[in-house]
Design a protein around this ligand. Structure first.
Ligand SMILES: Nc1nc2c(c(=O)[nH]1)N[C@H]1C(S)=C(S)[C@@H](COP(=O)(O)OP(=O)(O)OC[C@H]3O[C@@H](n4cnc5c(=O)[nH]c(N)nc54)[C@H](O)[C@@H]3O)O[C@H]1N2
Ligand SMILES: Nc1nc2c(c(=O)[nH]1)N[C@H]1C(S)=C(S)[C@@H](COP(=O)(O)OP(=O)(O)OC[C@H]3O[C@@H](n4cnc5c(=O)[nH]c(N)nc54)[C@H](O)[C@@H]3O)O[C@H]1N2
Ligand code: SF4
Ligand SMILES: [Mo]
Length: 888
């Protein structure tokens, strides 16, 4: 059914809690679908599949509702007293650097500000780092090196006004879908506009591109060097801009000229075409994300990109500029409050004594951190070796998301005193922590976030807070008060926290910094409640913002001494792609409908239906080399760890690489936790881990049996060497593989009941000894409660169809056929999650003559709501047309 549009007048305006696009959302309660806010500048009414499914993720199942200490329910008072006294004790006995916070770009600005004030200004250490270290640190470092400040110069409008948009290491079609839809719409409206996609993989984003460059992993720095050399050789520099505003041109070009084109892995024709298109289009936006940042040379990649924009003066004017996409909803806000271990609030510097004094003065705090603190990887190393005595993790799941995650889990378990604040009770990280504090979640809490284009928006509460949950900022403030600083942490509302932060940003004036929202420092509570989306800077009345039409640097005005930008000489790394024992390069990232460790999107059957298990995407030649067929399993191994994954064979993969999504956990697919195999190497400048580059090997992994199960009950397939569970509309579904074959129908029934988590009901067992396959149906009170298939080859049942049978009175024999009858077509794997349209339905529409995304939409509705699946529909149309064209 098409989600109904809530009545815009009565709906609460809030902001999506997922990606950094920062879409405005209209919400009306837990049982009403949300809609995009037409008045929000980021999305103008659109939402992607994840945003559109937000209400499905709000149930209380699995929520942490009360504080717990050592596994026992506790009162808030007792839990907060314990946290405060243990942190105070550690500081007293071992010094301020013996404690740490590990926080998140999913905190609201107010939460983040309070955490930062507590650690840096009161505890007196800078040991507060955040998952943004895994996400944005290389962009921060690159911006600071080039601009003297961490600032994204442009606006989303630039994407629509550009003549060329270069997506570099960004799969925006899946990861920033609404922005990608804006880009696709602009391109459709302006046929001269061009799009280039630079990614070793061909992704849903490549499908929009005029040119896809399957770059060698980490070949980006070399490619941008070649472009810079070509800009210089062709005289395409903006000499006036360079003379007036930029240092370092000659050294950067000298380094660029030394670059070997072979390092890109691209043909001379591809490189020439890239340079022609880039140099030939005045309005160029380079949109980049984790394929750039998450690299051992991430900061250099950022500066390589920025160099080309500076040399041509293509920055800070409509339709042009380097554009770092932020991942999380408040990654940008975190950078503003100084959430990283090497930053101070409001873009001020820890290393600068005048900045430290000014912040300490404004906070009236007893101390201020003197030196940068531990960055994420080092922070967990310090946990492992006993330096950290008390650790508080807030709104992040590092036991899953950190590189070398197995070691990180051990490190957390080794810290004497550990606290977690989360909305969910049983995350992989929460299980390791002594104190669990229930946080209010999206829809229950209120505050501000800043998106990729520096737009500050309100998140507003529209639901009651469940159980005893509390807002993160309040929990932090209550601990601060109990540690002895009641006055400094005595706010009574998030509006008061925001006002203090906005006032602090007025220091920008004294120190000539760019982050200034002091114009918002006097908002009344009512004005804060009503705050409309606003781009910073917002200086106090009477001060002129350092921007032109909302953009930075169009007329120079950089933040290095002297106001000039810096181009950097970049020496691309020698990329060692394969070694004898490790012939694959492991690349990791995201899928369209899941968010990180799935604590929220995993609750939605609709979102879980798109991709329901972890997989390893490899090229057909590599599959042939290791002797694995589609849908079989592979064992992936690195020097760090191992995983077992479903193989997905696709010519979209680059030979010698394997792509694995990051989302699965001990809860959802224990053997598919890829970060146990991701090495912890970091960029030396930013400390950001190289999450896209581990040397790996793959082997076919042959189980004794493959299986699939659907149950009305919660399934935990326990000791099986491979299982991946996902929510379905009727309960749960699970992919399975076993190492031991039960040896009789009775033993199979017992195994099926264990997996399905169904002790009662009548079982029908069908076994085919000749083929070695077996299937089991469990009927309870006249309806199907569970279905189970196992056999020597991957089980070929129609997943969506059999899940839909649970709870119906279909006869077991018919259900166990595993396929719909001829009267009932099989929709195939889910493509459009808004309307539940499968790939087979789309193929049928294409066969019936619907050869455009619009026509498929008109026939099936697919792609007509959020649009997130439009790239995939386009792919299905192209696939259906390819053989036809070849035959012609
Ligand atoms: N659906 C969904 N959307 C999300 C998220 C989510 O969990 N799910 N998370 C959000 C967050 S926090 C973030 S940070 C963003 C991330 O957004 P993206 O950065 O777009 O996503 P990723 O899939 O991590 O990686 C992007 C691409 O980098 C490519 N890549 C790998 N190595 C290289 C290389 O050496 N060079 C180049 N040029 N490319 C390379 C990968 O193949 C991949 O396609 O997404 C945000 N949006
Ligand atoms: N291999 C690989 N690993 C990666 C990446 C990759 O591309 N490849 N990407 C990295 C990147 S860019 C990122 S951003 C990280 C993300 O990784 P994480 O931050 O670890 O992942 P999330 O699942 O988003 O964790 C958020 C946690 O906060 C909880 N939560 C939700 N709302 C609230 C709230 O309001 N308050 C509190 N206190 N808790 C809340 C959720 O239940 C969840 O447990 O992963 C990184 N890890
Ligand atoms: S693009 Fe999707 S996930 Fe990102 S903010 Fe918008 S609705 Fe949310
Ligand atoms: Mo991220």
């Amino acid at each position: 059914m098409r989600p109904a549009l809530p009545d815009a007048e009565r709906a609460i305006r809030t902001t999506c809690p997922y990606c950094g696009v920062g879409c405005g959302v209209l919400a009306r309660g837990a049982d009403q679908p949300v809609a995009g806010d037409p008045a929000h500048p980021a999305n103008r009414g659109r939402l992607c599949s994840k945003g559109a499914a937000l209400t499905e993720t709000l149930g209380l199942l699995g929520r942490l509702l009360h504080p717990h200490v050592d596994g026992q329910r506790s009162s808030w008072d007792a839990a907060l007293d314990l946290v405060a006294s243990e942190f105070s004790r550690a500081v007293a006995e071992h010094g301020p650097d013996s404690v740490a916070f590990y926080v998140s770009g999913q905190l609201l600005t107010e939460d983040y500000y309070v955490a930062n004030k507590l650690m840096k200004g009161y505890i007196g250490s800078a040991n507060i780092d955040t998952n943004s270290r895994l996400c944005m640190a290389s962009s921060v470092a690159g911006h600071k090196r080039a601009f003297g400040t961490d600032t994204v110069p442009g606006l989303y409008d630039d994407l629509e006004q550009a003549d060329l948009v270069v997506l570099t290491g960004s799969n925006a079609a899946w990861c920033h879908p609404v922005l990608f839809q804006r880009l696709a719409a602009a391109r459709a409206a302006r046929p001269d506009m061009r799009v280039i996609n630079i990614d070793p993989r061909r992704t849903a984003s490549s499908d929009l591109a005029d040119l896809h460059l399957s770059i060698r992993p980490d070949g980006d720095a070399a490619l941008y060097n070649l472009l810079l050399a070509e800009i210089a050789a062709r005289g395409a520099v903006d000499a006036d801009y360079l003379a007036a505003h930029v240092d370092g041109f000659d050294a950067a070009v000298t380094a660029a000229r030394a670059t070997d084109p072979a390092e890109t892995g691209l043909s001379p024709e591809e490189i020439a075409r890239f340079c022609d298109m880039w140099i030939g289009a005045e309005r160029v936006v380079t949109l980049y994300s984790q394929g750039v940042n998450q690299s051992s040379c991430g900061s250099d990649k950022v500066n390589g990109i920025v160099n080309c924009h500076l040399a041509t003066g293509r920055i800070g004017r409509p339709g042009m500029g380097p554009f770092s996409l932020t991942g999380q909803p408040n990654a940008m806000g975190g950078r503003e409050v100084g959430g990283l271990a090497n930053m101070l609030a409001c873009h001020l510097d820890i290393e600068d004594p005048a900045h430290r004094d000014a912040v300490q003065g404004a906070w009236n705090s007893p101390v201020i951190c003197q030196t940068p603190g531990l960055k994420a990887v080092d922070l967990f190393d310090a946990c492992a070796d006993g330096r950290i005595k008390a650790l508080w993790i807030i709104s992040t799941n590092p036991a899953v998301s950190m590189p070398d995650a197995g070691r990180v889990a051990e490190a957390i378990a080794r810290v004497p005193f550990t606290v977690i604040s989360d909305i969910v009770s049983d995350t992989d990280t929460a299980r390791l922590c002594r104190v669990q504090l229930p946080a209010a979640g999206w829809g229950e809490k209120s505050g501000t976030v800043t998106n990729s284009e520096r737009c500050i928006s309100r998140q507003r509460a529209f639901l009651p807070v469940p159980g005893e949950a509390r807002a993160d900022w309040r929990i932090l403030a209550q601990v601060g008060a109990r540690m002895g600083w009641a006055d400094a942490f005595g706010w009574t509302s998030e509006a008061a926290v925001f006002r203090e932060f906005a006032a602090l940003s007025g220091l920008a004036e004294a120190f000539g910094r760019d982050f200034d929202i002091s114009g918002l420092a006097d908002l009344s509570d009512a004005a804060y409640d009503a705050l409309k989306p606003v781009h910073w800077p917002v200086p106090r009345a009477g001060r002129t913002p350092p921007t032109t039409a909302g953009r930075f640097f169009g007329a120079g005005g950089f933040y290095h001494p002297g106001g000039r930008a810096r181009m950097l000489p970049i020496t691309p790394p020698q990329v060692q792609l394969a070694a004898a024992d490790w012939p694959f390069r492991l690349n990791t990232g995201r899928v369209r409908d899941h968010w990180h460790t799935m604590t929220r999107t995993g609750r939605s059957a609709r979102l879980s239906g798109h991709i329901a298990e972890p997989y390893a995407e490899i090229h057909p030649d590599d599959a042939a080399m290791i002797g694995v067929a589609d849908a079989e399993l592979v064992g992936l191994e690195t020097e760090t760890g191992r995983a077992v994954l479903r193989v997905l064979i696709s010519d979209r993969a680059q030979r010698g690489t394997v792509f694995v999504p990051m989302h699965w956990t001990a809860e959802t697919a224990p053997s598919g936790r890829v970060n146990r195999a991701v090495r912890a190497a970091v960029d030396p400048v930013s400390g950001q881990p190289a999450l896209k580059g581990s040397a790996a090997r793959l082997r076919r992994w042959t189980p004794a049996w493959y299986g699939f199960a659907a149950s009305r009950a919660e399934m935990r397939a326990g000791p099986l060497p491979y299982w991946a569970g996902a929510r379905s509309d009727t309960g749960m579904r699970a992919e399975l593989a076993g190492a031991l074959r039960p040896d009789s129908p009775e033993a199979w029934e017992a195994e099926a009941r264990r997996v399905l988590n169904l002790d009662d009901g009548a079982a029908s067992v069908l076994s085919d000894p000749a083929r070695g396959s077996v299937s089991v149906a469990i009927v309870e009170h006249g309806t199907l409660a569970g279905l189970f298939w196992a056999g020597p080859a991957p089980v070929a049942v129609a997943r969506a169809h059999v899940c839909a049978l649970i709870g119906t009175d279909t006869a077991p024999a018919r259900a166990l056929a595993g396929r719909p009858g001829t009267d009932q077509p099989d929709p195939g794997p889910l493509v459009c999650s808004c309307f539940g349209i499968g790939a087979n339905q789309i193929r049928t529409a294409v066969a019936d003559g619907a050869v455009s995304v619009e026509a498929v939409g008109a026939c099936t509705q697919a792609g007509t709501n959020c649009g997130s699946c439009r790239p995939e529909i386009k792919g299905l149309i192209a696939a259906a047309q390819t053989p036809k064209m070849a035959a012609e």
